[in-house]
Design a protein around this ligand. Structure first.
Ligand SMILES: N[C@@H](CCC(=O)N[C@@H](CS)C(=O)NCC(=O)O)C(=O)O
Length: 224
C-alpha cells in the first residue's frame, strides 16, 4: 500500500453505537456517500463493553474504525477520513480550496463553543438565564453563518452544498432542537434570525441526518 492509495470500504470495520452523537457524524458521511449498508459494522454495547474491544482500544469509546492493523478513533478524524478516502463517491463534502476549508473549520469551532452552554440549559431549569444562553447560541450561529457563508443559493454554509460543516454539527443541532422542544422552549424566531433558521431547518431534516439517527422517542428517553 502506498500512502496515496484509497482503501476499499470492504477493508474497513466501523465500531459504532446507535445512540451516540459523535458516531452520528461519521455515519452521516457514510450515508451521504451511499456506503452505510456496505461497510462492516460492529455495534458496541457501551454499558457492557466487550473485552475484545477494550483490548483493541483501552479507552473504549466509539466511533472508531479498523483497517487491517490500523485502529483510528475520534469522530471528526473518522468523518474526514471517510470524506477524503471516498472522494469521488457521492457528494463532495470537503472542497479542496484552503480558504473554504478554513471557513468550514471556523464555523465548526464557533458552533461547538456556542452549543455547549445551550445544551447545559436545555437539560436544566427553564429560566431567564437558560433563555439567554439559548438566544446567545442562536445569535452566534447566525453571525457565524452570515460572516462565513460562501453562497446565497442554499441553506447550508456552502449554499446548496451540504458539507463537513453540517456533518460535524448536525447531530448536536438535532439533539438540541429535540431537547428544547421537550422542555417547551422555542428558539427565538424573529426575522433577525432568518439565516439561522434556514440553516437549522435544513440540517435537522436532512435525509442522511435522520436516517442515521436513533429516533426522536429513543433520544428523548435517553435524556430523561
Ligand atoms: N471525542 C470523541 C468522543 C466519543 C464519545 O464520547 N463517545 C461516547 C459515546 S457517545 C463513548 O464512547 N462513551 C463510552 C465511554 O466513555 O466509556 C469523539 O469525537 O469521537
Amino acid at each position: 500500500m502506498t500512502v496515496t492509495d484509497s482503501i476499499p470500504v470492504s477493508e474497513i470495520t466501523y465500531f459504532w453505537h446507535n445512540g451516540c452523537p459523535y458516531v452520528h457524524r461519521s455515519s452521516i458521511v457514510l450515508h451521504e456517500k451511499g456506503l452505510w449498508d456496505k461497510i462492516e459494522k460492529k455495534h458496541i454495547d457501551l454499558k457492557n463493553k466487550p473485552e475484545w474491544y477494550l483490548q483493541l482500544y483501552p479507552i473504549g469509546k466509539v466511533p472508531a474504525i479498523q483497517i487491517k492493523d490500523t485502529f483510528l478513533p475520534e469522530s471528526a478524524i473518522i468523518a474526514e477520513f471517510f470524506i477524503e478516502n471516498f472522494e469521488g463517491v457521492g457528494p463532495e463534502l470537503l472542497p479542496s480550496n484552503p480558504l473554504v476549508r478554513a471557513k468550514i473549520r471556523l464555523f465548526i469551532q464557533q458552533f461547538q463553543d456556542a452549543i455547549s452552554p445551550a445544551f447545559k440549559y436545555a437539560r436544566g431549569p427553564v429560566d431567564d438565564e437558560a433563555l439567554a444562553v439559548v438566544t446567545k447560541f442562536v445569535t452566534t450561529v447566525q453571525n457565524s453563518l452570515t460572516a462565513l457563508t460562501l453562497s446565497d443559493d442554499g441553506p447550508f454554509l456552502l449554499g446548496s452544498k451540504f458539507s463537513l460543516a453540517e456533518v460535524i454539527t448536525a447531530p448536536f443541532a438535532l439533539r438540541l432542537s429535540l431537547a428544547l422542544e421537550k422542555k417547551g422552549v422555542a428558539l427565538p424566531d424573529s426575522d433577525k434570525f432568518a439565516r439561522f433558521h434556514e440553516w437549522f431547518n435544513a440540517v435537522t431534516t436532512r435525509e442522511s441526518v435522520l436516517e442515521t439517527f436513533l429516533g426522536k422517542e429513543a433520544y428523548l428517553a435517553q435524556i430523561n
